[in-house]
Design a protein around this ligand. Structure first.
Ligand SMILES: Cc1cc2nc3c(=O)[nH]c(=O)nc-3n(C[C@H](O)[C@H](O)[C@H](O)COP(=O)(O)OP(=O)(O)OC[C@H]3O[C@@H](n4cnc5c(N)ncnc54)[C@H](O)[C@@H]3O)c2cc1C
Length: 537
């Protein structure tokens, strides 16, 4: 079976590519997705994100390798599976990143990817309540909601505490640039998650020139003698099958899946491939390198008043919330658990905001909510979390055998640099400053974790090492750049050294962006699609 374009993976990026490449009707497009159709109410319902966090039908549920700087802990690495990928299991906080993040993409040898260059694509992909403005789009598929005025009232105490300490107020994290505290935008519309699967892929599936195959895992790429990607080999219910591409194969299998497929297909570091018995097609040593992620630590507090989880403690409360959601698409189940936060400078010497803080009006960690659609609050409390915006540690994703079924080794090398350790301490002190503000003290009964005994830098760092978790923003494993020794794709997202093959997903980030990376991943897909279409015209 032959198509013009084959897209591997129907996640945040793949869903947009499927839509844009099939839009004109001139090209035949095949999307291959390892997971299923992802038809579940939990995917629509924003407040049910916790149930998807450890749900094998929607989530690959991976783990990192043992992390040396974290006492050998293996951190949980959820990855979305099925139509929509990680975009249908994420927390829906919509943050583009900061202006400088993209200027650094361009500075890394990628002309055309500066903030100024990417802004039109951010505008194209969204419909923002502020309408068509310099910074926002008014008619794109991804619908954004502003949460201002809709968040739990106690979020105001967090914001008041930040302003009281002199941190700026941010009215729009996705505007000119982001600094200070404010209310997040969500990729939620009328109380439902608005992923690129919902906004792009599902409407596009009505087109005759788009075919979407689920439960179909791509094991490797097919090349001709000129090193041109001709198609893919898949596994469906245990049976191997080939699909052919007239124009291009596009890998959108995410920051773990895309480097895995390249390595299984003989593209990567030659000596590493030979050690696994794989015949190399092309030596590209950066495949799987430069893995980046945000690493987050949380401080938990008991509040002296009811918090957002109050209603979830009783059967009646849970029923009420579900009923309210089903009937009106409002209430706690229509919200992300994280509602406010911001970008802060760790100290006066920082030239840009280098830390991100989140406030959640719930006591238990989202990661510990199992099986319940709504937070099962054991005590009235809230949580302050932080992560560095631009961690400098670099890790890797490498296959461990030639067997496609085997999960690659994910080694983010967390806290691998002195700078990341410095920012872990800065962030811990920042959380304590905010918690000590007058506005926050007014709602606080006690700090539960780490507790008042942790005071010195060494104690705060020890707590960070023992409890930090991934923010689930893996990226960078097929980095974009001009030098084939240090990158995997060029600025057109074409894989160096072969033809007919691009990578378009979070793995091409030259550096991680500040905040969640879903918006930036969708931007990569919007721009990637336009690069492809321009060449095919
Ligand atoms: C729990 C969680 C919470 C998050 N919260 C936020 C947030 O609030 N805000 C934010 O901005 N970002 C958030 N993120 C990050 C963001 O959602 C992801 O970075 C983004 O969705 C990645 O998009 P992608 O297209 O690169 O990969 P994915 O969306 O992961 O898509 C990859 C797809 O490829 C498929 N695939 C993989 N291998 C193969 C194969 N061999 N054959 C066929 N198909 C394959 C997968 O099943 C998957 O569907 C979160 C992520 C997670 C996991």
């Amino acid at each position: 079976m032959t198509y013009d374009y084959i897209i591997v993976g129907a996640g945040s990026a793949g869903s947009i590519l499927a839509d844009r490449l099939s839009e004109s009707g001139r090209h035949s497009v095949l999307v291959l997705e390892a997971g299923g159709k992802n038809r579940s109410l939990a995917i629509k319902m924003p407040g049910a994100a916790a149930t998807l966090y450890r749900h094998p039908a929607h989530n690959w549920m991976l783990h990192s390798s043992p992390q040396q700087a974290l006492g050998g802990r293996e951190l949980y690495a959820p990855r979305g599976k099925g139509l929509g990928g990680s975009g249908v299991i994420n927390t829906m906080i919509y943050l583009r990143g900061r202006r400088g993040d993209f200027d650094d993409w361009a500075a890394a040898g990628n002309d055309g990817w500066s903030w100024h260059n990417v802004l039109p694509y951010f505008r194209k992909l969204e419909t923002h309540p502020l309408g068509n403005t310099v910074y926002h789009g008014g008619d794109g598929p991804i619908r954004i909601s502003r949460m201002r005025g809709r968040v739990h009232p106690v979020c105001d105490s967090f914001l008041a505490g930040c302003y009281e300490l002199g941190y700026p107020r941010s009215d729009d994290f996705n505007g000119a640039d982001a600094e200070g505290a404010g209310v997040y935008d969500l990729s939620v519309y009328r109380g439902e998650r608005c992923s690129s699967a919902k906004a792009n892929l599902h409407p596009a599936r009505k087109r005759n020139n788009l075919r979407v195959e689920v439960d179909t895992t791509v094991d490797g790429l097919l090349f001709d003698s000129e090193r041109r990607a001709m198609g893919v080999r898949v596994r469906r219910h245990g049976t191997p099958l080939d699909f052919h591409a007239r124009r291009e194969v596009i890998l959108s299998a995410g920051a773990v899946g895309s480097p895995q497929i390249l390595q299984l297909s003989g593209i990567g570091d030659v000596s590493r491939l030979r050690d696994l018995g794989i015949s190399p097609i092309h030596h590209l040593p950066s495949v799987g390198e430069h893995l980046q992620d945000h690493l987050s630590a949380s401080y938990d507090y008991r509040a002296n008043m009811p918090m957002a989880g109050k209603g979830s403690r009783s059967w009646f409360g849970r029923m009420k919330a579900h009923l309210q959601y089903v009937l009106t698409h409002t209430g706690p189940l229509s919200m992300s658990p994280v509602q406010v936060g911001g970008y802060f400078r760790g100290d006066d010497n920082e030239s840009i905001p280098n830390l991100q803080v989140h406030f959640s009006p719930l006591s238990p960690p989202v990661s510990e909510l199992r099986g319940s659609a709504i937070a099962d609050e054991s005590y009235p409390g809230f949580r302050l979390s932080f992560n560095a915006c631009r961690p400098t540690s670099r890790g890797s994703v490498h296959i461990v055998s030639r067997q496609a079924e085997e999960t690659p080794r994910i080694d983010p090398n967390y806290l691998g640099t002195e700078r990341d350790i410095e920012e872990a301490v800065q962030g811990s002190r920042l959380i304590r400053r905010i918690a000590q503000s007058r506005a926050m003290r007014a709602i606080t009964a006690e700090e539960i974790r780490p507790g008042p005994q942790a005071q010195s830098d060494a104690e705060l760092l020890a707590y960070f090492r023992e409890t930090c978790e991934s923010a689930h923003h893996l990226c960078g494993t097929c980095a974009m750049g001009a030098d084939p020794d240090r990158s995997v794709v060029d600025r057109s997202l074409k894989v160096h050294g072969v033809s007919g093959l691009r990578v378009i997903d979070a793995s091409i980030f030259p550096n991680i962006t500040s905040g969640g990376i879903n918006a930036a991943t969708m931007l990569v897909a919007e721009k990637g699609a336009s690069l492809i279409l321009r060449e095919s015209a």
